[in-house]
Design a protein around this ligand. Structure first.
Ligand SMILES: Cc1ncc(COP(=O)(O)O)c(C=O)c1O
Length: 383
């Protein structure tokens, strides 16, 4: 599909071709494990569903379109997509990663891949010089999230991409928090974009899934080989759900952004609230970069209470009625989360505190309900 078509139109039509056998406008859920062949090796391009599935193919095409990439690959979870990228590496290779990122990514790196001889260095990626200083002749990959989970720090993707190119290092950007509606890392020079499609792409908290998008055919071949060899593929029903989610991504994201802005500003003026983390504030250290590389600031917000104790945070966490206490984010319904004990519990406490993730930090995934109702809910919970 032509890039001249506007973004909102692309989200609706991405990967959508009428089904060749019936003309069905919606991609059918090809619930099959295998495909009948006319003769050995003579088939319609589909042999076995771990390697190919038409519903997954439609989704993978859609993922490429919405991230302005050439190739998309879908995985059974965001973590499985990350796992595939790290499997490009060899023992002795080094990865530079952000010191503030999703706890499950940190757990995968430290608890699974370190024992295979891959070395991970964690740096503050708000300053590209920290990355530059960590590069060695063994560095093969830079892994960044922006905005980060949960502290909403911003990495300058174009600046890191330029540095990575200069040193022939791959750059992978976890674009889960921004979604392709707000940010397209490939356009800024990244080699791979990763998503937990579980979040904004799916958008309805009803599937676990991951995605990778890239432009380089060789990289696509290597990652496809890992996908089919290791087998972490999503089922066709889940692919259908994400395909459907993508069609309304732009509509949902506009609401997430509008509600996020209202709630971030309201929290900041509340006498009981301490620091509020949201990249749309002009005094956020990453504001200028966020304005440059994002179309808006999103619906993810973290904040601390002035009474910076776990007890005070727990009281708020258990008092909301519209904000449901749950892991995950990016669905139409608002969620509230305690990173220290939930999404980021796998990061050792000393490491968390050192990187600014306090015990009382609360993270909101602002949904697309009425903003006034959401504020009323927070008002009664914060007291
Ligand atoms: C930023 C980010 N990356 C990756 C993941 C992992 O994705 P999944 O839970 O789909 O495996 C998450 C999950 O919360 C996330 O927030």
């Amino acid at each position: 599909m032509s890039k001249a078509i506007k973004q909102d139109t692309r989200f609706i039509h991405a990967g959508a071709e009428p089904d060749p056998s019936t003309g069905a406008i919606m991609t059918p859920i090809y619930q099959t494990s295998t495909y009948v062949q006319e003769a050995p090796g003579k088939n319609k391009g589909y042999e076995y569903a771990r390697s190919q599935n038409p519903t997954r193919k439609a989704l993978e095409d859609a993922l490429a379109v919405i991230e302005n990439g050439k190739y998309g690959l879908a995985f059974s979870s965001g973590v499985a997509a990350t796992d595939a990228v790290i499997k490009l590496l060899m023992p002795g290779d080094e990865v530079i990663a952000g010191n503030d990122m999703y706890g499950g990514t940190y757990r995968l790196f430290t608890k699974i891949f370190e024992k295979f001889g891959i070395k991970f260095l964690y740096v503050n990626m708000q300053d590209v010089n920290n990355i530059k200083a960590a590069i060695t002749s063994q560095t093969k990959l830079i892994w960044t999230e922006t905005p980060t989970n949960p502290l909403m720090n911003i990495t300058d993707i174009a600046a890191v991409a330029a540095l990575a190119k200069q040193h022939h290092i791959l750059l992978c950007v976890d674009n889960t928090f921004a979604s392709p509606y707000l940010q397209n890392p490939l356009d800024l020079g990244a080699d791979i974009v990763m998503h937990s499609s579980t979040k904004y792409l799916g958008g309805h908290s009803d599937t676990i899934q991951g995605a990778l998008v890239m432009n380089d055919a060789g990289l696509r071949e290597q990652l496809y080989f890992i996908q089919k060899s290791c087998g972490a593929v999503p089922g066709p029903m889940d692919c259908f759900l994400v395909l459907r989610g993508i069609k309304t991504l732009h509509v949902r994201m506009k609401e997430h952004c509008a509600n996020g802005a209202v709630i971030a500003r309201w929290l900041r003026n509340h006498p009981k609230i301490g620091k509020v983390y949201w990249p749309g504030f002009e005094d956020h250290p990453g504001y200028a970069v966020a304005r440059k590389q994002m179309r808006d600031f999103g619906g993810m917000i973290s904040f601390e209470l002035k009474d910076d104790s776990v007890e005070a945070a727990m009281k708020v966490l258990s008092s909301t009625k519209l904000f449901s206490l749950a892991e995950s984010l990016g669905g139409v319904e608002s969620l509230i989360n305690h990173p220290a004990s939930m999404t980021h519990a796998s990061i050792p406490k000393a490491e968390r505190i050192k990187n600014g993730l306090s015990d009382s930090l609360i993270r909101l995934s602002v949904g697309i309900e009425d903003a006034e109702d959401l504020i009323d809910d927070l008002k009664q919970a914060i007291g």
